[in-house]
Structure formats: structure tokens, C-alpha cells
Design a protein around this ligand. Structure first.
Ligand code: CTP
Length: 404
């Protein structure tokens, strides 16, 4: 999944020959999961048809303040609504004429009026012939627009439509998308941070076909992983057997089965991470001996001797240096006291406490109700929320600790 996934992208197309490349630009935005709307200056329709861009963007394309559907039934295209709809506005190609008008606040077409109304980050990708690009008035526009906070995606050098060779080619659509992606990533609070997360249950083998497991779905850990990655973190998600799915370029999924596998994977990544969040429901006991053949049914009772698994959280607490260590506690009674004692025993920075006494909290539900307790035993009690929302509360608390 890209950071552009789910983002509302408003593409403004102006009248330069590079407008033909916007078909590919729209495709790339759609491919990365963004929702795209296109507005065009009237003259840009000589370079690419609105039909092409509306088909690719799956949205109507507008170029005037109203669409004449029928003579007496004109549809008003509200530039303010369009400007507020967008999470990102990108003007590509941005001609010298449009850049100059943007600089001066001229709004004699829908695109310019929308630009003036937009509150989101605005990117522009200039495209023009080399002498126009070099002209002091153009340079003045580029500087001024950047001083207003707009972000320039610089033109590149190469052969131009005039046949001349020089600076003025619009950046390629692939480069525009990666420029915007990197720009968004660089502003995210967890950019550059590495986070280890455990999720799901563990399966402790009894024989080749049976195991001891639990009802953990992995949902809480996976939601935390997605929230952290959406905020720019590189995530190492060590998951026990789980049906949860994840598809994000910043999440590395490491599938494990047993507590021992999870212990080994966590120790492999821990030294290199900034934060470890252990949300997995790890089995506390495992069969002392795993039968090599399937155990046959007999009339007599069967006793399986169990031995403790390694406590992964405690083992990380013992070796932690710079890392923030966050554990989970699922309790049924004496919740806060038990959680506090876990913070001390396992050398945690934070503990996320759920009580099975709270309806909607814990395993295999889509909701959770948590209390986050820190080393000073400050408590932050949250309402019952979806696990997605809970993951945001947990990550916010971690961000506050990281930058405290
Ligand atoms: N945990 C772990 N390794 C284990 C068992 C638990 O890393 N072998 C982690 C869990 O991922 C969770 C935390 O420890 O973050 C709490 O687990 P829990 O089973 O509640 O705590 P215990 O220390 O086992 O204490 P108790 O059984 O007394 O509640």
C-alpha cells in the first residue's frame, strides 16, 4: 500500500503539450489507491480530451464554472467545494501563463479559482520551452509560488516540443508520483523510525496434527502495524497464525508459529528498532515433548506435561537499550495492580491494559477498551472504540513518548 492510498488527489491540467502525459499520471495515482478528480483549463482540452481523463479517473472532469447539461439546467461547479475536497492538489503541466496567474491571484477560470480556495498542500510541475523557463518573470513566479508554500516539482532537461534541447520538460509522471510520495513521507511523524510489532496467537505443537492455541485474531497488532506504517514507520510485523491480511510497502510480515519461533524472530530485529510493541497472545506453556507420530486414541486419560515458554517481552526488557518497550496485559481481576507489576517486572515503558470485564474488549472482537499506563503509573483510560481507532491512540501515546 502506498501513502497515497485513500488520498483525494485533485489534478489541475493546463495548456501545455505535456498535458498528454497526464493520462499516465492519473493512472499512476489510481494505481496507488488515490481517488482522483481532474480540472482542466479550457485551452488544455486541445491537448488531451476530458473524456480520456474522466474515464481514467472514474470521475467527471470540469473546466468551466458550470456544465451546460441542458440549456436551462446548468450545473454549478463549486470551486470552493473542490478545493476543500482535496487532500493534495497537483497542477501538471503548469504553464508559464498559469504560474503567473497563480502568483498574482488571478482566477479567471475554474482551475485558478480552485487553487485559490484549496487549503491542502499544492504541488506544481512546470512545463514550457527553455527560454520561457529561463525568463526572469517565470523565475519570479516560481520563487513567489514557493514562498507561498506551494511545492515545485522541477522541470527536467531534455528535448522539448519545439525541437530545442534544454530545461523545461515536465517531470515524468512516475517521478511526479514518487516526488509527492517522498514529500508526504518526509512530513510523517514516524518517518525513519523502525518498529517491531508482534500479533496473533502462537501454536504449540502436541503432535504433528495437534496444537495448543488461543482465540487471538491478530487484529489489534495488525491495526497497530498499519497505523504506524501510515505515519511513516518501517514495521517488522512478527505474526503468529492469523487470517489478517496486510499490503503496505513499509510493513515486513514475518510469519511464525510457536512462541519459540516468535522469540527468535523478535531477537533478530530488536537491536535495530526504536520501538517494540508486543501485542501477541503468546502461549505461556508448551508441551514438554512433541510426539513425532500422531497420538492414538486410547481408553485411558491422557496427560500432556507442559513447560513454560520463553517470555519474549521480559527477555527484551532485559536487553533493551534505547528502545521503547510496550507490552499488553489482558486481565480479569485486579487489573491495574497486575499491569503495574508487569511494567516493573518486564522493564516496560508503557503497558496497554484490557480487562475482560469490559464488554467489547480483548480477543476476537472488532473493538477494544484500553487503559495505557506508563512507568510513572500515569493512566490514560480510553472509551470503547474500533481496534483501528484504538491503534491510533496507542501510536499517538508512543509518538508523545518518543519526542518527549
Ligand atoms: N508475552 C510474551 N511472551 C510470552 C508471554 C507473554 O512476550 N511468553 C507478552 C505478550 O505479548 C503481552 C505481555 O507479555 O505483551 C503480557 O502477557 P501476559 O500473558 O498477560 O502476561 P504474563 O507475564 O504471562 O503474566 P500473567 O500470566 O501473570 O498475566
Amino acid at each position: 500500500m502506498s501513502v497515497l492510498s485513500g488520498k483525494k488527489v485533485l489534478l489541475g491540467v493546463t495548456a501545455g503539450i505535456a498535458a498528454y502525459k497526464t493520462a499516465n499520471l492519473v493512472r499512476l495515482f489510481i494505481k496507488s489507491g488515490a481517488e482522483v478528480k481532474v480540472i482542466m483549463t479550457p485551452a488544455s482540452k486541445d491537448f488531451i480530451t476530458p473524456l480520456t481523463l474522466s474515464t481514467l479517473s472514474k470521475n467527471p472532469v470540469h473546466s468551466t464554472f458550470y456544465d451546460k447539461e441542458e440549456e436551462e439546467n446548468e450545473l454549478w461547479n463549486n470551486h470552493v467545494d473542490l478545493g476543500l475536497w482535496a487532500d493534495i492538489m497537483i497542477i501538471a503541466p503548469a504553464t508559464a501563463n498559469t504560474l503567473s496567474k497563480m502568483t498574482n491571484g488571478t482566477c479567471d477560470n475554474l482551475l485558478l479559482a480552485t487553487y485559490l480556495s484549496a487549503k491542502c498542500p499544492v504541488y506544481f510541475a512546470p512545463a514550457m520551452d527553455l527560454d520561457m523557463y529561463k525568463h526572469p518573470s517565470t523565475k519570479n513566479s516560481l520563487d513567489k509560488l514557493q514562498s507561498y508554500g506551494n511545492v515545485m516539482i522541477p522541470a527536467t532537461s531534455g528535448e522539448l516540443a519545439s525541437g530545442l534541447v534544454g530545461e523545461g520538460r515536465m517531470a515524468e509522471p512516475e517521478d511526479i508520483v514518487s516526488f509527492i510520495t517522498n514529500d508526504i513521507l518526509s512530513t510523517l511523524p514516524l518517518k525513519g523510525k523502525k518498529i517491531l510489532i508482534t500479533a496473533g496467537p502462537t501454536y504449540e505443537a502436541i503432535d504433528p496434527v495437534r496444537f495448543i492455541g488461543n482465540h487471538s485474531s491478530g487484529k489489534m497488532g495488525f491495526e497497530i502495524a498499519k497505523t504506524a506504517a501510515n505515519l511513516g514507520a518501517e514495521v517488522f510485523l512478527v505474526s503468529g497464525p492469523s487470517f489478517q491480511k496486510v499490503n503496505h510497502s513499509l510493513i515486513h510480515r514475518i510469519d511464525v508459529k510457536s512462541a519459540e519461533d516468535m522469540y527468535i524472530a523478535c531477537h533478530k530485529y530488536f537491536a535495530d528498532v526504536d520501538v517494540a510493541i508486543l501485542a501477541a497472545a503468546v502461549a505461556d506453556y508448551k508441551p514438554k515433548n512433541i510426539a513425532t507420530q500422531k497420538i492414538k486414541k486410547k481408553d485411558a486419560a491422557l496427560t500432556i506435561e507442559l513447560e513454560p515458554t520463553k517470555d519474549i517481552l521480559k527477555s527484551l526488557g532485559e536487553i533493551k537499550k534505547h528502545q521503547l518497550l510496550i507490552g499488553f496485559a489482558l486481565e480479569t481481576n485486579n487489573e491495574v495492580e497486575n499491569a503495574k507489576s508487569k511494567i516493573e517486572r518486564k522493564k516496560l515503558d508503557l503497558i496497554v491494559l484490557n480487562s475482560l470485564r469490559d464488554e467489547g474488549a480483548g480477543f476476537a472482537t472488532d473493538t477494544n477498551k484500553i487503559n495505557i499506563i506508563d512507568v510513572d503509573f500515569n493512566q490514560n483510560v480510553f472509551e470503547l472504540k474500533s481496534k483501528k481507532e484504538v491503534s491510533k491512540d496507542i501510536i499517538n501515546e508512543i509518538i508523545n513518548k518518543l519526542y518527549a
